[in-house]
Ligand binder design. Structure first.
Ligand SMILES: Cc1cc2nc3c(=O)[nH]c(=O)nc-3n(C[C@H](O)[C@H](O)[C@H](O)COP(=O)(O)OP(=O)(O)OC[C@H]3O[C@@H](n4cnc5c(N)ncnc54)[C@H](O)[C@@H]3O)c2cc1C
Length: 398
């Protein structure tokens, strides 16, 4: 059966694959195809909280997120203003050890040009009068952080990429197999494609795809949860996303009269083909307990929906982006450790530049700290360590 050779073939049409297709098309790199057996919002992207914050633990992440944020703001303002809101992000703790970490983080973040400041509990109470904050020992606030609707942003990338000639093959069962010249081949019914550059951007499914191609990477899929709720008294349409460091629960505005809250993260491996897609009782109970303690004004909220999605962890919490060792032409864009929405656009721009400009380019340097060749076989086994953390370095405690 004849094969058609593309310049780039992307596996996965979540926010990672869609943003990459857009950036590659902008670089006019040649023919680009995107394959996904489902739809762009079917994976973690359609289940994400959409929080975009620069309160991060290393400068690379801050820079990538800043670029991503600017891109989402511009895409949304041009086409779907309702998919973006600059609402700010505040996090707090009552724990003395965590309070010291938060205070220390302010100077470090400011040195990376993050517009962040320490705030006192009275100020949080003014923003969130449904909460109780008198036991808070430290809090920090970044006013320019935002929330987005991730599935809408992914759709906007698809539209922009299609306009520039990218072909999307969605919703059809296909198979990825190693070809005769060791290039991965996509078999879709009677059609066969391969490409000069193949990128696996398949979220939690990436682990299995790389293994099936004979190039395993250190990835662990894990389940995490979120819910929409209707508080008894409608909150304002815009208020800062709040993150309670001690319980790891966050809450953000979600349209008129509703909020979105998470984080029921499980620290064990999940199977993206077989996981419980609804929110479980433990998560619901945890949210109810945290609300009655921290947000008493929301204690009687009606839970409208609770769901789970599968994210992808790496040993050092950094993504895996770049050429796979021992597999020329095969690239990874995955391992976002629960932060793929806020990183996708900036990472995609870098990877598109790396593919277009080759090794030894500026983009290659920009991706140095996330390249897959930082790990060596045999890969260590490791538990996922997700969560919004602020400790410096790569071994955050909370
Ligand atoms: C409850 C929850 C809340 C979250 N909140 C946030 C947040 O507030 N901020 C943030 O930044 N991130 C958040 N995340 C994380 C974020 O959703 C992910 O990091 C991000 O969506 C990953 O995007 P992706 O494109 O890599 O993966 P996905 O969106 O999972 O896309 C992967 C795609 O690959 C496809 N695929 C599967 N098998 C194949 C195959 N064989 N060939 C081709 N394609 C295949 C799938 O169908 C899927 O569409 C959250 C996640 C969850 C679950």
């Amino acid at each position: 059966m004849p094969r058609e050779r593309l310049t780039v073939l992307i596996f996965g049409a979540g926010i990672a694959g869609c943003s990459l297709a857009y950036h590659l098309a902008r670089r006019k790199i040649g023919s680009i195809g995107v394959y996904d057996p489902r739809t762009p919002a079917a994976g973690a992207t359609g289940r994400a909280g959409g929080v975009v914050t620069e309160q991060l633990w290393n400068e690379w992440d801050v820079e990538v997120t800043r670029e991503t944020h600017a891109e989402y703001r511009s895409l949304a303002r041009r086409h779907r203003p309702d998919a973006y809101s600059e609402n700010g992000f505040v996090r707090w703790t009552k724990d003395p050890v965590a309070a010291a970490v938060l205070r220390e983080a302010v100077g470090r973040l400011q040195s990376w040009k993050v517009d962040v400041e320490a705030v006192d509990p009275a100020e949080i109470s003014r923003w969130m009068p449904w909460g109780r904050f008198e036991d808070v020992r430290a809090a920090i606030y970044s006013r320019h952080d935002a929330v987005v609707t991730p599935s809408t942003i992914a759709e906007l990338y698809v539209e922009e990429a299609r306009r520039r000639g990218v072909e999307f093959h969605l919703g059809r069962a296909g198979a990825l197999a190693p070809g005769p010249d060791r290039r991965p081949v996509l078999e879709l019914g009677e059609e066969r494609w391969d490409a000069e550059f193949t990128v696996v951007a398949a979220g939690a499914w990436s682990k299995r795809l790389f293994a099936s191609l004979g190039h395993p990477l250190p990835l662990v899929p894990y389940r995490t949860q979120a819910a929409t709720l209707r508080p008894p008294h409608p909150p304002p349409d815009v208020f800062p996303t709040g993150h309670d460091v001690d319980t790891d629960v966050y809450a953000r505005p979600e349209g008129p009269g509703r909020i979105l809250a998470g984080n029921g993260t499980e620290l064990i491996e999940a199977d993206p083909e077989r996981f419980v897609t609804s929110g479980d009782d433990r998560f619901r109970t945890h949210l109810a307990e945290v609300f009655s303690d921290r947000f008493p004004g929301w204690a009687d909220s009606e839970m409208l929906a609770a769901w789970a999605g599968v994210c992808t962890a790496t040993p050092d919490r950094r993504p895996l982006v770049g050429e796979v060792p021992g597999a020329p032409g095969l690239y990874a864009m995955t391992g976002f450790n629960g932060f793929g929405v806020m990183r996708a656009g900036g990472v995609a721009r870098r990877l598109a530049d790396r593919i277009a400009d080759g090794p030894d380019s500026r983009a290659d340097e920009e991706l140095r700290i996330v390249r897959p060749d930082r790990f060596y076989l045999p890969y260590p086994s490791f538990p996922p360590r997700p969560g919004f953390t602020l400790e410096a370095g790569d071994s955050p405690r909370f």
